[in-house]
Design a protein around this ligand. Sequence first.
Ligand code: FMN
Length: 359
Amino acid sequence: MSLPEPHPALKTPFVQAVGIRYPIVQTGMGWVAGPRLVAASAEAGILGLLASATMTAPQLEAALAEVRSRTDKPFGVNMRVDSDDVQLRLDMMIAAGVKVASFVGAPNAKVVERCHAAGMFVIPTVGARRHAEKVAAIGVDALIAQGGEGGGHTGVVPTTLLLPAAVDAVAGKVMVLGAGGFYSGRGLVAALSYGAQGVAMGTRFLMTEESTVPEAIKAQYLAASVTDTVVSTKVDGAPQRVVATDLIRALEAKSWIRSLPKALANAHSFRRETGLSLSQMLREGAAMKKGNELTWSQVVMAANAPVMTKAALVDGRTDVGILPTGQVVGALDGLPTVADLVAEIVTEANATLTRLTGA
Ligand SMILES: Cc1cc2nc3c(=O)[nH]c(=O)nc-3n(C[C@H](O)[C@H](O)[C@H](O)COP(=O)(O)O)c2cc1C
């Protein structure tokens, strides 16, 4: 499918500021949004965000070079502001000519200043109106307001309520993109009608041909309905939307004392990959537990969650049972190429806008 000319209403200030063709962002998903997906997004005329929170700095450097070898179009990098080597990562991004810095939560003013000095556009993701106000005060350029139906770590306010509230909270200061539950051209137009500058989608892009998630895992996602997801704090202590697999249901159903054996059994089967001995894990766990209201089973799970998520999303282990997802997973029934998906969304948005405006 060739890429369509966008309706004038889709040429939002965000599109112009970032230098892309359509007001669509492919978000930074840990273990998922790698160079192949990001380059495919850039080539399709949207903004792809490379997920670096799950990469070491050398892995990020290699990934940046790979994206650059695949496309000369603008792209961004999603990162944690609390990583020890954030300045090194910014050096790498600046050297690679990265256009957009995306943050999990609020960046600090110093980091925003450094990004701006290098000509980068700064976009954190927030899940509550007060966080939108906070990042606006720090001086970010845009924000992604992710409603509770969104994938991965997520808040409780649904997109239909959060998005207009975030738009109103930062009106005239910061551009807002809607996230959480978007997958179609009608959804894109709905976001614009709330005052957003576009949409950001995670799960929809996880379920594409260029996403490197193994086929067997994509099949597990495809089998999930909209009611087959749950927001669980049992994975790593923070609310995270995941597919309600047997592991998650077991962790959710039991008290922490009763879920501890399951968490320990999981930890045991991943011991080799994490390289942690049980005593090391318990020591680390004790430190983690001190500053947080975590139960012991949460501590054990949290220590292992990144490795377990990687085992599923990268290594294709279908027995693991940690599959971060948005509820939108239940509305998806195929694995299109990124270009076909973008063309389909824009075609539907164009038709919707024509229907509504008669023009
Ligand atoms: C598998 C997966 C991994 C994710 N990892 C990250 C991450 O590393 N950083 C981040 O800011 N958001 C992460 N998210 C959230 C997404 O970037 C995005 O905001 C969310 O998926 C939007 O909701 P949707 O899935 O309904 O489109 C992740 C989501 C998923 C599904």
